[in-house]
Every structure is written in C-alpha cells, then in structure tokens.
Design a protein around this ligand. Structure first.
Ligand code: GUN
Length: 310
C-alpha cells in the first residue's frame, strides 16, 4: 500500500438498502391507510436458476414491506403473443402498480416488443422507451433500479458527482447506458467504455468514479484504478474454478470456507486487489446487489403514488 493513504471506505449496500426499505415501508403504511396498497406483478418465464433466485427475493421483499405481489410463471415454451396478453391484462388492473418482466427471456420471445407493451406508468424497471427517453431528456419518470441504486448510494454517503470524471465500463441497456445518463444528468463528465474500446486502462485511470458493469469476473485490475477513486462494482459472477478462486482470493480464509462448502463463490467485475487503491468501494456480495431490489420497491411505491394518489 502507498504511504499516507487511508483505508478505503466500504460502501455497505445492505445497510443502505435497509435505510431505503425502511423509508419505503413507511410510505407503504401511509398509502395503505389511505386505501392504496401498492402492488407488483412479476413475470418469470421458464426455469433460469439465477432469475428464479432474483424473483423469489423480489417477492419476499414485497412481503416484508407490505407491498402486494404476484408472480406469473409461464413455461419456457410461452409465445410472445401469450406474454403480450398477460401484460395487457396487468396494464388494465388497478391494483397492479408495477409490472416486471424478468430478463433474459427465451430467444424465441420478442423482448423489445414485450417491454414496449408495458404501460410506461407501471414500468418499474424503467425499460420502456418512454422512460428511457424521459431519463435522457432529464424529465421525471421511472428509472432502472440498479443504476438508480448506485446514484442513491453516492448521495446517501455524501460522495459528490458534479464535475467528476466518471467512467462506466459496460454499455448494457439495463445498467451501463442508464448509469451513464444518470451520472451525466448529475453533471459528471462521463466516458462509456465497452469491449471495443482501445486502451481501456488509460481511460479508467482517469476516473474519479469508476463503475464496472461488464459481467466478466475480476475484469478491472489494480493498475486500471486511480489512487483515491470511488469504485462501484455492479458485477455478480460465480467462480467455480479452483485456479480462478486462487487468482481472485489468494488465501482469504472466509471465502475459502464458502468455496469448500458450496463449490463456488461470487466475484464482481473488479478484481478484489483493485479496491486497495480506492477511497471507497462496493464489495461483492453486499454492495450494489442489495440496492437493486430496494430501488424496485421504491419504484413500485412511486408508481402507485403517481398513478393512484391525486
Ligand atoms: N435481469 C437482470 N437484471 C434485471 C433487472 O434489473 N430487471 C429485470 N427485469 N431483469 C433483470
């Protein structure tokens, strides 16, 4: 470690998510008292293991916060037309404030068409083109949960964004692009990098705020991080290979125990050794992941208020 450098601050996503959820629960109590119980419908197609885990967690959190939820679980063989009919019905139902279609969908389903069928005022994922457009033009609307959670985390921990150099690695519709837009709207100077970017390290080395959302384990390494940068790791990657485990975690005893017990551990898009140079970072697990669900709950309540409360 360099002389005179403080230990980085760990940005505890679980703790911040708990703050957000407590506030959301209070809003739910208030709305329910006025006869408006917020409701979320989740569509989960087929049997993708990771999606099942995420969806179960979303439904469970609804229960904890007093939000009504229901899960629709059509089989893998469902057609686009059948899914469109489900969405149309959910659009019509007054007690459903949020509609979430868990991604990814099977290849034969027209994902874009389906996302466009969700009523924009019920689009708690912020994926509808109307909400994408509102985000890009700085108008109020529903915003994608993961990047919105990152902004909320920065705000709640007093990390300034205005005038900072922010580098987003990854350009997905779910994280990278909306993340870049939120940072830009908050007056950061934003660079978006991706798989075709040349000399990536020279760009990430200029980042005051570095967001990794590429979906590749340990992709961001030590030499790519500027001393004192804020490092946000959006990646959730499962490592099952022994050599990879050692490469990422060396002799980390706690993780070794997990690895021995489960045959896998989770690593982010940032190599664990790269956090040392940062002034603050999000761990994996326990960082951004917890915030995504908290923001989904917040979006559901926001949608209920906007649509049902005068
Ligand atoms: N799959 C991975 N992340 C997400 C998300 O934020 N929303 C939905 N609907 N599906 C996802």
């Amino acid at each position: 470690m360099m002389v005179g450098m403080d230990m980085p601050m760990v940005l505890d996503g679980v703790a911040i998510a708990a703050e957000i959820k407590a506030e959301v629960a209070e809003q739910v109590r208030e709305l329910t008292g006025r006869g408006v119980k917020p409701g979320l419908a989740v569509i989960l197609v087929g049997n993708v293991a990771a999606s099942e885990i995420y969806v179960r967690s979303k439904v469970k959190t609804c229960g904890e916060l007093g939000i009504y939820s229901e899960m629709l679980t059509p089989p893998e063989s469902v057609t686009t037309e059948e899914l469109l009919a489900m969405v149309a019905e959910l659009n019509q139902r007054d007690e459903i404030d949020g509609i979430l279609i868990q991604l990814p969908l099977p290849k034969h389903v027209d994902t874009k068409r389906l996302l466009e069928a969700v009523a924009p005022e019920k689009d708690v994922d912020g994926f509808h083109p109307v909400n994408v457009g509102r985000l890009q033009s700085g108008q109020p609307g529903l915003q994608p949960c993961t990047p919105a959670g990152v902004m909320e985390m920065l705000r709640r921990r007093g990390i300034p964004v205005e005038g900072k150099n922010a580098v987003v690695v990854g350009r997905s519709d779910i994280v990278g692009k909306p993340m870049a837009m939120l940072l830009l709207n908050a007056s950061a100077t934003v660079t978006v990098c991706h798989s075709k970017t040349r000399d990536l390290a020279s760009l990430t080395q200029g980042a005051d705020i570095l967001v990794a959302a590429i979906g590749r384990p340990g992709f961001v390494t030590e030499e790519m991080v500027k001393q004192g940068a804020v490092v946000i790791d959006v990646g959730i990657n499962r490592v099952t290979d022994e050599r990879k485990f050692v490469e990422f975690f060396g002799d980390d005893a706690a993780r070794r125990t997990t690895f021995a017990k489960r045959g896998s551990v989770v690593v982010g898009d940032v190599h664990p050794a790269a956090f040392a140079a940062s002034s603050a970072y999000t761990p994996v697990p326990g960082g951004v992941g917890a915030l995504t669900i908290a923001m989904l709950m917040a979006n559901t309540v926001k949608a209920a208020k906007l649509r049902r409360v005068a």
